[in-house]
Ligand binder design. Sequence first.
Ligand code: 4NP
Length: 156
Amino acid sequence: MIKVLFVCLGNICRSPMAEAVFNDMLNKSGLRQHIEADSAGTGNWHVGKPPHEGTRALLAEKRISCEGLYARQLMANDLEVFDYIIAMDAENEGNIRRMAGFAEKPAIRRLLDFVDDSKTKDVPDPYYTGNFDEVYELVAEGCRQLLNEIKKEHNL
Ligand code: 4NP
């Protein structure tokens, strides 16, 4: 099983959206038996909470389920368990890399690194901007390209 972890700051806005969108793509492309996704936050303020109402509303509009998603904090063990750790922005990526230290690392990348012509490499934080539509567009394109890359790397 190929394991993918999406990481943001609070695990209530961006990374649960990415998890839900990516899982939806896996379901629709029949790859669920090969690839699984989860999400976590570098911070612990919202542990146990469901996604932010903005993320829930956006996903409902797109008919994508986020049932059963609750925020959790990134743990050192995640760096051993997951094959791909996908950060939403540079700050998340820096925090993940600090946690990984010099240990043999999983692939730690920013989601929009996978989008060649992206205007931004950071998914803006809608907790502050309030713009969940913009986040969805970036997350959906990032997830599409990430999935293409994983399929290529693993001959799926
Ligand atoms: P997220 O957004 O990292 O996309 O889940 C945030 C949610 C909560 C906070 C910051 C960002 N916060 O500071 O509580």
